[in-house]
Design a protein around this ligand. Sequence first.
Ligand code: ATP
Length: 283
Amino acid sequence: MSKSKRPETKLVPVPSVNKIPERDVDKSPILECQHLGIDFGGLTAVNEFNMAIGRTEIAGLIGPNGAGKTTVFNLLTKVYQPTRGTVLLDGVDTHNMSTAQVNRAGIARTFQNIRLFDNLSVEDNVKIGMHNHIRYPMWSGVFRLPGYWKKEKLAHESALELLSIFDMQDLANAKAGSLPYGAQRRLEIVRALATNPSLLLLDEPAAGMNPSETADLMENIVKIRDTFNIAILLIEHDMSLVMGICEGICVLNFGQIIAKGTPTEIQNNPEVIKAYLGDQKEV
Ligand SMILES: Nc1ncnc2c1ncn2[C@@H]1O[C@H](COP(=O)(O)OP(=O)(O)OP(=O)(O)O)[C@@H](O)[C@H]1O
């Protein structure tokens, strides 16, 4: 999707219908960002980004277009190395880790633009996510030794189990590229989960979904958190989703955090309202 076609966030009342009941969230931080920042030439895209996410928290990162949200994801996943500041994952400094290393350390992500292997099966796309933790020696695969088949069976069973989160197990043999758009976005989440993360980053998971798909997605994000006991940080322009399932929300504007709080606090924060509304009179 091109930048110009990206959706814009509109503030909406905190929905009551789909609101997930409060639950005990493990607030001990799995992720801590301290004074994180990055400059691109003369442009400071993110600055003084300080945020902690509890290990079973669902958190939201919102802000107007160009605020720096995806850049934060790129910093967390080491697509970019920060110009300044620190990212601690479960207390470990990720400084100088590569994208692959930080993924093995426990951060997985999905992308704004779907990045699946279209010509591979749904199941194979999920298995690709497992390569970090299901391994066998090369010769075991070449000569199809018993160890290979054991690992293959395990990978097959795990893939189907993960796909069943979204009720997609019957699509295991379909080509990923043949799936409808919403199913492809769900498959991306399953593939990210297959890497066994402690922190899952979702970049606009509801983009392009219809309201009923979005409502299902909300339930499933909560189910994923509850089943795997992991933290989830999501960027989303659909405020019904953000306000419905996030326990904590961080608002970025021009690369700076302008507010942090619960959905209700964020909705009533004058700075947030100003950032979204600008000179407009109505939401
Ligand atoms: N590699 C890069 N080189 C130069 N500038 C960049 C780079 N990546 C991001 N930027 C700039 O950083 C700023 C933040 O961009 P970013 O994509 O993070 O915003 P965003 O909040 O994710 O926006 P959107 O909601 O539209 O996706 C923008 O001004 C963007 O042009």
